[in-house]
Design a protein around this ligand. Structure first.
Ligand code: BYC
Length: 307
């Protein structure tokens, strides 16, 4: 079946199927950015592993951060099915030629930020990623199924942290509110620029890579989150949020997309720190890559038919 017929039939494109160069390039760009986000996303929460307030919280947080490393690996593997090399993708991240999500350039100042990341950042990730389980490219869609299952645990643990804090001492409650105040707007920015300023959306939607536009997903996230904030007894830092009967959605205030542009350009509060840490970790891990390559060479199974 031709590429266009396959898409018209809502079929899945597989690695050996013919595909336009632009489709392949768009997928590599998006999947690589997504993989990079997962591994850079380990840093803000990783900062709190040694300071989690109990052994239980520490064990849960370690498992969550480890899940994110796993998501990065599935996604790099999905990108490799498109004929690119993982080491090259990492090199593009390290030299600033490929991006990662803006959200991970904000600091985690208190324990409540770990709750806010789980609730808001993983919540936004789920809204963005559930439709990607129906992405037209098979390996990406299948990777997203497992990632979304794990993200939903992550979101609930964040909600539970904030629920505990918001029903705790006045100091804990204030800490939870402060974290939500700082993470709300950056979470809305995760969905990308508004539709009118999104250069890739129309083509990605025509190719079935993205199923919904940036603004539609942002609205969906607001609609899902407002009632949850009420359940947490916390407020969202936007006086313009109110239910609109006519639209059947919550109205909300203007997102500062100038801030998103600045963070994407490298001028967010933690961009330099995140990249420096990533580079250091990559250099420190060189011996592991060398050892793994030596082991693989020694234990390589000869291909069938080879002498
Ligand atoms: N941050 O035309 P647009 C996670 C870039 S992982 C940085 O709308 P597109 C999690 C965009 O790349 C979260 N850059 O693009 C992990 C493009 O630049 P280039 C990551 C952004 O691709 C650990 C330009 O702006 N999730 O959730 O159609 C712990 C124009 O944008 C951002 C994914 O990656 C941003 N926020 O749509 C917890 C999901 N927004 O490439 C949680 C998969 C836009 O032309 N990705 N840009 O240089 C997507 O769904 C889409 O790529 C996006 C952007 C909606 C992000």
């Amino acid at each position: 079946m031709s590429f266009d017929d396959l898409l018209a039939d809502d079929g899945r494109v597989e690695p050996r199927d013919p595909m336009p160069d632009g489709y392949r390039r768009t997928l590599v760009r998006q999947i690589a950015q997504h993989a990079h986000s997962e591994i850079i996303g380990m840093q803000p929460e990783g900062n709190w592993i040694s300071r989690a307030p109990s052994l239980r919280r520490k064990a849960i947080l370690m498992a969550k951060v480890q899940d994110e490393a796993g998501h990065g690996l599935y996604l790099y593997a999905a990108a490799e099915t498109l004929g690119v090399d993982r080491a090259d993708l990492l090199d593009q991240l390290h030299t600033g030629r490929q991006k990662y999500s803006s959200i991970f350039n904000y600091p985690t100042l208190t324990w409540a930020d770990v709750g806010a990341i789980g609730w808001l950042v993983d919540g936004a990730a789920i809204v963005n990623q559930v439709p990607l389980c129906r992405c037209s490219y098979g390996p990406y869609a299948r990777a997203m199924v497992r990632i979304c299952k794990e993200e939903s645990f992550h979101q609930r643990q964040g909600f539970e942290i904030l629920h505990t804090l918001s029903h705790g001492t006045p100091g804990q409650r204030a800490m939870a509110q402060d974290a939500v105040d700082r993470y709300w707007w950056p979470a809305l920015m995760m969905f990308g620029p508004p539709d009118d300023d999104s250069p890739h959306s129309a083509q990605s939607m025509a190719w079935g890579i993205k199923r919904f536009s940036n603004d539609d997903l942002r609205q969906r996230f607001v609609d899902m989150t407002v009632p949850q904030a009420e359940a947490l007894d916390l407020t969202l830092p936007d006086p313009e949020i109110r239910w609109n009967d006519e639209r059947g959605h919550y109205d909300f205030g203007e997102v500062d997309f100038g801030e998103l542009t600045e963070v994407i350009k490298g001028n967010g509060p933690c961009n330099r720190e995140r990249m420096a840490h990533r580079l250091r970790a990559h250099e420190d891990g060189a011996w592991v890559r060398e050892a793994a390559a030596a082991y693989a060479a020694k234990h390589a199974v000869p291909e069938e038919g080879a002498a």
